[in-house]
Design a protein around this ligand. Sequence first.
Ligand code: NAP
Length: 277
Amino acid sequence: MDFKITSKTRLFGVVGHPVAHSLSPVMMNAAFRSLGLDAVYLAFDVKEAGDIVGAARALGLGGLSVTIPHKEAVIPFLDGVEDDAREIGAVNTIVNDSGRLIGQNTDWLGATGAIEEAAGPVRGKLFMILGSGGAARAVAWGLVKRGAKVVVAARDQEKARRVAEPLGGLAIPLENAGEFKVHGMVNATPLGMAPDTGAIPIDPRAIKEGVVVLDTVYRPVRTLLLKEADARGALPVSGLRMLLHQAAGQVEAWTRGKAPFGAMEEALDSWVESHAD
Ligand code: NAP
């Protein structure tokens, strides 16, 4: 590494459990180096959400990424929560604002950024979200914030309604996903994730030509859903693009400046190339 760690170096990190395989350190350390910041970013395996805020405060951390399973559980421990995270009901970013630990959410920026860079503005378009958990809530919220409409397809109708209805969307059973003519689809379930790479959340015949298909799952990089999308003339978008855009949003939250997107992208791509599925 071409930077020196001193007593002034600021510490950032990702908290989750498990967290050892997080790709965030790759992107964030590239961002800090590119910006010339005296800062490092590490991964912290933390079991209890209640321990996160006290540790961040005691150690004077600059900021944290929050991942599974703490995105919801950490909220009551924070000093404040921005509107995006409050409305989504999940925090993936903590900013240390002069000792006040404030929660934000950039997953929605990740999803809309990945979709819009591949398929143009989402405004006025209809998207099918598969799943009704934390990622589904962030994706649906972001799409609606950007002017799109959403249908939420999930196996638990009560949860699907809780995601869709506050956003003016519709909740449907997962097996009915093929009955709607949509511009885009987002898999926000963990189906397809290694080692279950043969799993797919819907009947592949529901994927129509020309539709943009974002899979939030990024391990493997080319999931079965993305392969099916490709084979059916749809536009596959990897969850790695969502990961990159949400990470850029976190750097911007911490630095209040523009993220070095190209440097982060290069670091992520070269990591992926050297760890091919
Ligand atoms: P979550 O809160 O646990 O929600 C998971 C959702 O998937 C729930 O609706 C769940 O349904 C559904 N589901 C799980 N197994 C299913 C199955 N066998 N059949 C049908 N539905 C099933 O998880 P999450 O935090 O939303 O994460 C979902 C995925 O998004 C994960 O793979 C995560 O890695 C990914 N993610 C990616 C990014 C990125 O940057 N690329 C960011 C955030 C999340 P029930 O409620 O009925 O259990």
